[in-house]
Design a binder for this molecule. Structure first.
Ligand code: UDP
Ligand code: MG
Length: 339
């Protein structure tokens, strides 16, 4: 049965990795099928990433290019790419060759056996720094306890998804794109293959510790409301102890009369419970902030230019699509790129 394969590459300042990426990836894809597309998302790069895409497209028209208006972050860039795929099977893959393209035939084989999702699990993460590894393992332990859907430990975004999964994904409109969690939430029939994750081929990682921290918070706060509920129990426990203590104080006063000490304990209690109040407010704030972002209903990403698409159907691109297409069309006529 013939099928079409879509690859999605989100790239942010990846000019150094891209030539090797295409050199290694395209032959792997062509081993599997001749009917394929590679959706290249330029996530607001400040280097020659877009030019590299355009140059490679000149010799391989199966590349389609989405140029976002600025850097929206990997999760949004990935959504942009996924929204614009037309394949029966879709594989998001990193541009830095950390997701080995040699795995593509294996992913496709498992998909053809009837699985909707084939996840590539990292067998060892020794290529990541010690700090990142420890942080990741802590995060996964926390979220495994908190989240209602199990989020796999060693799965990244590298996976194959059936068209059905992509269509389901497009029905998840939330703005906080914690993709790992969303993928897990979708369900479907899953299989996996394992691989060893190597270090980046070229360039530098786009993740700073701050960004990872924010991603972790996104993961927790958008996949569980448990932090909110904790405060109810905490409040109940405190109220209970306060009641017991009150009875104790009253009895003691009745039996032994009034005495004045207690300065230290009062200060400590005030500081402790003010801190607890603040944390409780902060947790509510986290959710409130997320609700604010959701109700604003801003698009997840904006497309400045879409090159090589017959029909654009981006949720993020919205109603400007038609205009984009006219513009792209004009460009073709002018400089005869044959896009
Ligand atoms: N990326 C992106 N936008 C960003 C950050 C990263 O599109 O704001 C892309 C990046 O170009 C790469 C992939 O996401 O193709 C993974 O990024 P990176 O290798 O820096 O992350 P790591 O592998 O260290 O988790
Ligand atoms: Mg990487």
């Amino acid at each position: 049965m013939p099928f079409r394969l879509s690859l999605v590459v989100a790239a942010y300042n990846e000019e150094a990795s891209l030539p090797a990426f295409f050199e290694r990836t395209i032959p792997e894809v062509e081993k599997v099928t001749q009917d394929y597309e590679i959706i290249c998302v330029n996530d607001g790069s400040t280097d020659a990433t877009l030019d590299t895409f355009i140059a490679v497209r000149a010799s391989n028209p199966k590349l389609k290019i989405l140029d976002l208006t600025r850097n929206f972050g990997k999760e949004a860039a990935l959504s942009a790419g996924l929204d614009h795929t037309s394949g029966d099977a879709v594989i998001p893959i990193d541009a830095d060759l950390q997701d080995p393209p040699e795995l593509i035939p294996e992913l496709v084989a498992k998909w053809r056996e009837g699985n909707d999702v084939v996840v590539a699990l990292r067998r060892d993460r020794s290529s990541d720094s010690f700090l990142k590894r420890s942080f990741a393992s802590l995060f996964y332990r926390v979220i495994a306890r908190l989240s209602e859907v199990p989020i796999p430990t060693d799965a990244g975004d590298f996976r194959l998804m059936d068209r059905r999964v992509i269509d389901a994904l497009r029905q998840v409109p939330e703005r906080t794109r914690f993709m790992k969690g969303i993928f897990a939430w979708l369900g479907f029939r899953q299989a996996h293959v394992t691989y060893v994750r190597h270090s980046r081929a070229a360039g530098t990682t786009k993740w700073q510790i701050g960004r990872l921290w924010n991603l972790a918070l996104d993961g927790i706060f958008s996949f569980t409301t448990l932090p909110l509920r904790i405060w109810t129990y905490f409040g109940l426990a405190i109220a209970f102890f306060a009641l017991v203590y009150m009875v104790f104080i009253i009895l003691r006063t009745v039996v032994y009369g009034v005495d004045v000490p207690g300065y230290a304990s009062i200060i400590v209690l005030i500081l402790f419970f003010s801190g607890m109040n603040m944390i409780g407010l902060g947790v509510i704030g986290e959710y409130l902030g997320r609700i604010f972002v959701e109700v604003k209903q801003r698009p997840i990403y904006l497309v400045r230019d879409a090159i090589g698409f017959e029909h654009a159907h981006g949720r993020g691109a919205g109603k400007d699509d038609a205009q984009h297409h006219d513009r792209v069309g004009e460009r073709e006529a002018q400089d005869g790129h044959g896009w």
